[in-house]
Design a protein around this ligand. Structure first.
Ligand SMILES: Cc1cc2nc3c(=O)[nH]c(=O)nc-3n(C[C@H](O)[C@H](O)[C@H](O)COP(=O)(O)O)c2cc1C
Length: 329
Protein backbone atom coordinates (compact mmCIF):
# COMPACT_ATOMS: atom_id res chain seq x y z
CA UNK A 1 0.00 0.00 0.00
CA UNK A 2 1.35 3.42 -0.87
CA UNK A 3 0.36 6.93 0.04
CA UNK A 4 1.87 9.63 -2.14
CA UNK A 5 4.48 7.15 -3.33
CA UNK A 6 5.49 6.19 0.22
CA UNK A 7 5.55 2.40 0.48
CA UNK A 8 3.81 1.44 3.74
CA UNK A 9 3.78 -2.32 3.13
CA UNK A 10 0.72 -4.54 3.42
CA UNK A 11 -2.02 -3.75 5.93
CA UNK A 12 -0.17 -0.79 7.39
CA UNK A 13 -0.69 0.31 10.99
CA UNK A 14 -0.23 4.02 11.69
CA UNK A 15 0.40 5.81 14.97
CA UNK A 16 -2.25 8.49 15.55
CA UNK A 17 -1.44 12.10 16.24
CA UNK A 18 -1.95 12.62 19.98
CA UNK A 19 -1.28 15.89 21.75
CA UNK A 20 1.03 15.35 24.73
CA UNK A 21 1.68 11.75 23.64
CA UNK A 22 2.91 11.35 20.05
CA UNK A 23 6.26 13.04 20.63
CA UNK A 24 9.43 12.12 18.81
CA UNK A 25 10.59 9.63 21.48
CA UNK A 26 7.32 7.71 21.33
CA UNK A 27 7.09 7.84 17.56
CA UNK A 28 10.57 6.38 17.26
CA UNK A 29 9.80 3.31 19.36
CA UNK A 30 6.45 2.82 17.62
CA UNK A 31 8.25 2.74 14.29
CA UNK A 32 10.70 0.21 15.69
CA UNK A 33 7.81 -2.02 16.77
CA UNK A 34 6.21 -1.95 13.34
CA UNK A 35 4.16 1.23 12.92
CA UNK A 36 4.38 1.91 9.18
CA UNK A 37 4.07 5.67 9.60
CA UNK A 38 3.77 8.00 12.58
CA UNK A 39 1.93 11.30 13.12
CA UNK A 40 3.10 14.21 15.25
CA UNK A 41 1.06 15.88 17.96
CA UNK A 42 -1.04 18.62 16.39
CA UNK A 43 0.72 21.94 16.07
CA UNK A 44 -1.17 25.23 16.29
CA UNK A 45 -0.80 27.28 13.12
CA UNK A 46 -0.92 30.52 15.09
CA UNK A 47 1.74 29.32 17.54
CA UNK A 48 4.01 28.23 14.68
CA UNK A 49 3.74 31.61 13.03
CA UNK A 50 4.65 33.29 16.33
CA UNK A 51 7.60 30.86 16.67
CA UNK A 52 6.36 29.68 20.08
CA UNK A 53 9.07 27.32 21.31
CA UNK A 54 6.73 24.44 22.20
CA UNK A 55 5.19 24.56 18.72
CA UNK A 56 8.46 24.77 16.84
CA UNK A 57 9.84 21.87 18.92
CA UNK A 58 6.96 19.70 17.79
CA UNK A 59 8.25 19.89 14.23
CA UNK A 60 11.37 17.92 15.10
CA UNK A 61 11.60 14.63 13.20
CA UNK A 62 14.29 12.07 14.01
CA UNK A 63 15.49 10.32 10.81
CA UNK A 64 14.63 6.96 12.45
CA UNK A 65 10.97 7.96 12.64
CA UNK A 66 10.42 8.39 8.94
CA UNK A 67 8.03 8.14 7.22
CA UNK A 68 6.60 10.77 9.54
CA UNK A 69 3.65 13.13 9.25
CA UNK A 70 3.38 16.58 10.80
CA UNK A 71 -0.12 17.71 11.67
CA UNK A 72 -1.25 21.32 11.96
CA UNK A 73 -4.53 22.94 12.97
CA UNK A 74 -6.08 26.35 12.66
CA UNK A 75 -9.21 28.09 11.44
CA UNK A 76 -8.19 30.68 8.87
CA UNK A 77 -6.81 30.35 5.38
CA UNK A 78 -3.80 32.65 5.50
CA UNK A 79 -2.36 31.48 8.85
CA UNK A 80 -2.85 27.84 7.84
CA UNK A 81 -0.99 28.46 4.57
CA UNK A 82 1.80 30.30 6.37
CA UNK A 83 2.07 27.58 9.05
CA UNK A 84 2.04 24.88 6.37
CA UNK A 85 5.00 26.55 4.68
CA UNK A 86 6.89 26.66 7.99
CA UNK A 87 6.09 23.00 8.73
CA UNK A 88 7.09 22.00 5.19
CA UNK A 89 10.63 23.21 5.90
CA UNK A 90 11.32 20.10 8.02
CA UNK A 91 10.23 18.03 5.02
CA UNK A 92 7.64 15.83 6.68
CA UNK A 93 6.76 12.92 4.41
CA UNK A 94 3.19 14.22 4.59
CA UNK A 95 1.58 17.33 6.07
CA UNK A 96 -1.76 16.56 7.72
CA UNK A 97 -4.59 18.98 8.45
CA UNK A 98 -6.57 18.41 11.63
CA UNK A 99 -10.31 18.85 11.17
CA UNK A 100 -11.23 16.48 13.98
CA UNK A 101 -10.11 17.73 17.37
CA UNK A 102 -13.20 17.96 19.61
CA UNK A 103 -11.79 19.78 22.65
CA UNK A 104 -13.56 23.01 23.51
CA UNK A 105 -10.60 25.33 23.33
CA UNK A 106 -9.94 24.18 19.75
CA UNK A 107 -13.34 23.21 18.27
CA UNK A 108 -15.16 25.96 20.15
CA UNK A 109 -13.04 28.52 18.28
CA UNK A 110 -13.85 26.91 14.93
CA UNK A 111 -10.61 24.93 14.49
CA UNK A 112 -10.24 21.13 14.55
CA UNK A 113 -13.69 19.54 14.37
CA UNK A 114 -15.17 23.05 14.58
CA UNK A 115 -14.34 23.17 10.87
CA UNK A 116 -17.08 20.58 10.30
CA UNK A 117 -19.56 23.41 10.85
CA UNK A 118 -18.05 25.46 8.04
CA UNK A 119 -17.35 23.11 5.14
CA UNK A 120 -16.72 25.84 2.53
CA UNK A 121 -13.93 27.23 4.73
CA UNK A 122 -12.57 23.74 5.51
CA UNK A 123 -12.32 23.09 1.76
CA UNK A 124 -10.82 26.50 1.05
CA UNK A 125 -8.09 25.91 3.64
CA UNK A 126 -7.37 22.45 2.24
CA UNK A 127 -7.16 23.72 -1.35
CA UNK A 128 -4.96 26.64 -0.37
CA UNK A 129 -2.53 24.49 1.65
CA UNK A 130 -2.29 21.84 -1.11
CA UNK A 131 -1.40 24.60 -3.56
CA UNK A 132 1.05 26.35 -1.26
CA UNK A 133 3.40 23.54 -0.25
CA UNK A 134 5.40 20.98 -2.16
CA UNK A 135 4.87 18.18 0.37
CA UNK A 136 1.84 15.88 0.03
CA UNK A 137 -1.14 16.99 2.14
CA UNK A 138 -3.63 14.72 3.92
CA UNK A 139 -6.62 15.32 6.19
CA UNK A 140 -7.82 13.72 9.42
CA UNK A 141 -11.39 14.29 10.49
CA UNK A 142 -14.51 12.78 12.08
CA UNK A 143 -17.85 11.58 10.69
CA UNK A 144 -19.46 14.98 11.16
CA UNK A 145 -20.34 17.51 13.84
CA UNK A 146 -23.12 15.39 15.39
CA UNK A 147 -25.37 12.47 14.56
CA UNK A 148 -27.79 14.71 12.63
CA UNK A 149 -24.91 15.73 10.40
CA UNK A 150 -22.94 12.66 9.34
CA UNK A 151 -21.42 14.29 6.29
CA UNK A 152 -18.25 12.29 5.75
CA UNK A 153 -19.40 10.59 2.55
CA UNK A 154 -19.91 13.85 0.62
CA UNK A 155 -16.99 15.51 2.39
CA UNK A 156 -14.57 12.76 1.34
CA UNK A 157 -15.33 13.41 -2.33
CA UNK A 158 -14.95 17.15 -1.88
CA UNK A 159 -11.66 16.74 0.00
CA UNK A 160 -10.32 14.40 -2.65
CA UNK A 161 -11.11 17.06 -5.26
CA UNK A 162 -8.92 19.49 -3.25
CA UNK A 163 -5.89 17.32 -4.04
CA UNK A 164 -5.22 15.57 -0.74
CA UNK A 165 -3.29 12.29 -0.85
CA UNK A 166 -5.13 10.40 1.93
CA UNK A 167 -8.02 10.81 4.33
CA UNK A 168 -8.11 9.53 7.90
CA UNK A 169 -11.56 9.11 9.40
CA UNK A 170 -12.17 8.70 13.13
CA UNK A 171 -15.50 6.89 13.44
CA UNK A 172 -17.06 9.37 15.83
CA UNK A 173 -18.74 12.77 15.58
CA UNK A 174 -17.61 15.83 17.49
CA UNK A 175 -20.57 15.45 19.84
CA UNK A 176 -19.40 11.93 20.72
CA UNK A 177 -16.05 13.33 21.92
CA UNK A 178 -14.41 9.98 22.86
CA UNK A 179 -17.54 8.30 24.21
CA UNK A 180 -19.37 5.24 22.96
CA UNK A 181 -18.03 2.92 20.32
CA UNK A 182 -16.50 4.16 17.09
CA UNK A 183 -18.82 3.59 14.12
CA UNK A 184 -16.87 2.12 11.22
CA UNK A 185 -19.96 1.84 8.95
CA UNK A 186 -19.61 5.31 7.40
CA UNK A 187 -15.83 4.78 7.03
CA UNK A 188 -16.53 1.59 5.06
CA UNK A 189 -19.05 3.43 2.88
CA UNK A 190 -16.49 6.09 2.02
CA UNK A 191 -14.00 3.39 1.10
CA UNK A 192 -16.58 1.51 -1.00
CA UNK A 193 -17.49 4.65 -2.99
CA UNK A 194 -16.09 3.99 -6.49
CA UNK A 195 -15.40 7.72 -6.92
CA UNK A 196 -12.93 7.64 -4.02
CA UNK A 197 -9.43 6.89 -5.29
CA UNK A 198 -7.30 8.17 -2.39
CA UNK A 199 -6.33 5.78 0.44
CA UNK A 200 -8.73 5.77 3.39
CA UNK A 201 -7.29 5.34 6.87
CA UNK A 202 -9.72 4.00 9.48
CA UNK A 203 -9.44 5.09 13.10
CA UNK A 204 -11.22 4.45 16.37
CA UNK A 205 -10.97 1.84 19.13
CA UNK A 206 -8.32 -0.41 17.57
CA UNK A 207 -6.76 -2.12 20.56
CA UNK A 208 -6.05 -5.66 19.34
CA UNK A 209 -5.00 -7.74 16.37
CA UNK A 210 -8.55 -8.94 15.91
CA UNK A 211 -9.92 -5.40 15.69
CA UNK A 212 -7.20 -4.33 13.28
CA UNK A 213 -7.93 -7.39 11.15
CA UNK A 214 -11.61 -6.37 11.04
CA UNK A 215 -10.61 -2.87 10.00
CA UNK A 216 -8.96 -4.30 6.91
CA UNK A 217 -11.16 -7.29 6.15
CA UNK A 218 -14.62 -6.24 7.29
CA UNK A 219 -14.48 -2.50 6.74
CA UNK A 220 -12.03 -2.55 3.84
CA UNK A 221 -9.79 0.37 4.79
CA UNK A 222 -6.33 0.83 3.30
CA UNK A 223 -4.61 1.49 6.63
CA UNK A 224 -5.57 1.36 10.30
CA UNK A 225 -4.57 4.08 12.76
CA UNK A 226 -4.08 3.46 16.48
CA UNK A 227 -4.20 6.07 19.20
CA UNK A 228 -5.03 5.23 22.81
CA UNK A 229 -4.24 1.54 22.34
CA UNK A 230 -0.59 2.45 21.86
CA UNK A 231 -0.19 4.73 24.91
CA UNK A 232 2.25 3.04 27.28
CA UNK A 233 2.25 0.10 24.89
CA UNK A 234 4.24 0.95 21.75
CA UNK A 235 4.85 -2.78 21.27
CA UNK A 236 1.16 -3.16 20.34
CA UNK A 237 2.26 -2.64 16.74
CA UNK A 238 4.42 -5.78 16.99
CA UNK A 239 1.55 -7.69 18.64
CA UNK A 240 -0.90 -6.67 15.92
CA UNK A 241 1.59 -7.42 13.14
CA UNK A 242 2.02 -10.87 14.69
CA UNK A 243 -1.74 -11.41 14.68
CA UNK A 244 -2.13 -10.18 11.11
CA UNK A 245 0.54 -12.56 9.85
CA UNK A 246 -0.31 -15.65 11.95
CA UNK A 247 -3.94 -15.23 13.08
CA UNK A 248 -2.76 -15.82 16.64
CA UNK A 249 -2.01 -13.70 19.70
CA UNK A 250 1.67 -13.14 20.36
CA UNK A 251 4.54 -10.83 19.58
CA UNK A 252 4.59 -9.37 23.09
CA UNK A 253 8.15 -8.49 24.11
CA UNK A 254 9.53 -9.69 27.46
CA UNK A 255 8.73 -7.57 30.52
CA UNK A 256 12.42 -6.58 30.66
CA UNK A 257 12.21 -5.27 27.12
CA UNK A 258 8.96 -3.44 27.84
CA UNK A 259 10.55 -1.82 30.91
CA UNK A 260 13.67 -0.79 28.98
CA UNK A 261 11.50 0.65 26.22
CA UNK A 262 9.57 2.82 28.67
CA UNK A 263 12.82 3.92 30.27
CA UNK A 264 14.26 4.80 26.88
CA UNK A 265 11.19 6.94 26.18
CA UNK A 266 11.55 8.80 29.49
CA UNK A 267 15.22 9.53 28.84
CA UNK A 268 14.68 10.46 25.22
CA UNK A 269 11.78 12.76 26.12
CA UNK A 270 13.86 14.61 28.65
CA UNK A 271 16.76 14.98 26.22
CA UNK A 272 14.50 16.31 23.47
CA UNK A 273 12.07 18.46 25.46
CA UNK A 274 13.19 19.45 28.94
CA UNK A 275 13.04 17.79 32.34
CA UNK A 276 9.59 19.10 33.29
CA UNK A 277 7.87 18.52 29.96
CA UNK A 278 9.76 15.28 29.37
CA UNK A 279 8.41 13.92 32.65
CA UNK A 280 4.88 15.14 31.88
CA UNK A 281 4.92 13.38 28.52
CA UNK A 282 6.30 10.19 30.07
CA UNK A 283 3.68 10.17 32.82
CA UNK A 284 0.83 9.31 30.47
CA UNK A 285 2.70 6.27 29.22
CA UNK A 286 3.67 5.17 32.73
CA UNK A 287 0.09 5.65 33.94
CA UNK A 288 -1.46 3.67 31.11
CA UNK A 289 1.08 0.95 30.39
CA UNK A 290 -0.23 -2.58 30.88
CA UNK A 291 3.28 -3.54 32.07
CA UNK A 292 2.69 -2.72 35.74
CA UNK A 293 -0.84 -4.13 35.85
CA UNK A 294 -0.12 -7.41 37.59
CA UNK A 295 2.23 -6.10 40.30
CA UNK A 296 0.67 -6.80 43.72
CA UNK A 297 0.10 -3.75 45.98
CA UNK A 298 1.48 -1.45 43.34
CA UNK A 299 -0.63 1.58 44.27
CA UNK A 300 1.79 3.45 46.57
CA UNK A 301 4.68 3.02 44.14
CA UNK A 302 2.44 4.01 41.25
CA UNK A 303 1.52 7.24 43.02
CA UNK A 304 5.20 7.92 43.75
CA UNK A 305 6.12 7.22 40.12
CA UNK A 306 3.44 9.52 38.73
CA UNK A 307 4.25 12.31 41.20
CA UNK A 308 8.00 12.33 40.53
CA UNK A 309 9.04 15.79 39.42
CA UNK A 310 12.70 15.28 38.59
CA UNK A 311 14.44 12.69 36.48
CA UNK A 312 16.39 11.47 39.52
CA UNK A 313 13.21 10.94 41.51
CA UNK A 314 11.57 9.11 38.63
CA UNK A 315 14.55 6.88 37.91
CA UNK A 316 14.88 6.04 41.60
CA UNK A 317 11.22 4.98 41.71
CA UNK A 318 11.56 2.95 38.53
CA UNK A 319 14.55 1.17 40.09
CA UNK A 320 12.23 0.15 42.93
CA UNK A 321 9.64 -1.08 40.41
CA UNK A 322 12.09 -3.15 38.37
CA UNK A 323 12.56 -6.11 40.73
CA UNK A 324 8.79 -6.35 41.23
CA UNK A 325 8.37 -7.15 37.54
CA UNK A 326 9.84 -10.56 38.26
CA UNK A 327 6.72 -11.31 40.29
CA UNK A 328 4.48 -11.00 37.25
CA UNK A 329 6.56 -13.01 34.78
C1 LIG B 1 -4.50 12.23 24.48
C2 LIG B 1 -5.01 12.36 23.07
C3 LIG B 1 -4.55 13.38 22.26
C4 LIG B 1 -5.00 13.50 20.94
N1 LIG B 1 -4.49 14.47 20.13
C5 LIG B 1 -4.82 14.51 18.81
C6 LIG B 1 -4.17 15.39 17.91
O1 LIG B 1 -3.26 16.14 18.28
N2 LIG B 1 -4.56 15.36 16.59
C7 LIG B 1 -5.55 14.52 16.14
O2 LIG B 1 -5.86 14.53 14.94
N3 LIG B 1 -6.17 13.67 16.98
C8 LIG B 1 -5.82 13.63 18.28
N4 LIG B 1 -6.39 12.70 19.11
C9 LIG B 1 -7.35 11.74 18.54
C10 LIG B 1 -6.61 10.48 18.07
O3 LIG B 1 -5.71 10.76 17.03
C11 LIG B 1 -7.62 9.42 17.58
O4 LIG B 1 -8.33 9.95 16.49
C12 LIG B 1 -8.62 9.01 18.66
O5 LIG B 1 -7.97 8.82 19.91
C13 LIG B 1 -9.35 7.72 18.27
O6 LIG B 1 -8.44 6.66 18.08
P1 LIG B 1 -8.20 5.53 19.22
O7 LIG B 1 -9.54 4.98 19.56
O8 LIG B 1 -7.29 4.54 18.57
O9 LIG B 1 -7.59 6.25 20.39
C14 LIG B 1 -5.97 12.60 20.43
C15 LIG B 1 -6.44 11.57 21.27
C16 LIG B 1 -5.98 11.45 22.57
C17 LIG B 1 -6.49 10.33 23.42
Amino acid sequence: MTIAGIDLGTKPLLLAPMEGVSDSAFRKVCRRYGAAMVYSEFVSADALIRSVKGATQKLFIDPEERPAVVQIYGREVEPMVEAAKIAAQVKPNILDLNFGCPVKKVAGKGAGSGMLRNIPLLLEITRAVVEAVDVPVSVKTRLGWDHDHIIIEELAEELQACGIVALTIHGRTRSDMYMGEADWGPIARVKANPKIKIPIVGNGDITSGKKAFEGFEKWGVDAVMLGRGAIGRPWIFQEIRHYLSTGEEGGTPSVEEQFETLLEMVQNNIDKLDERRGILHSRRHLAMTPLFKGIPNFRPLRIKMLRAETLDELLETLEEVKPLLQEIV
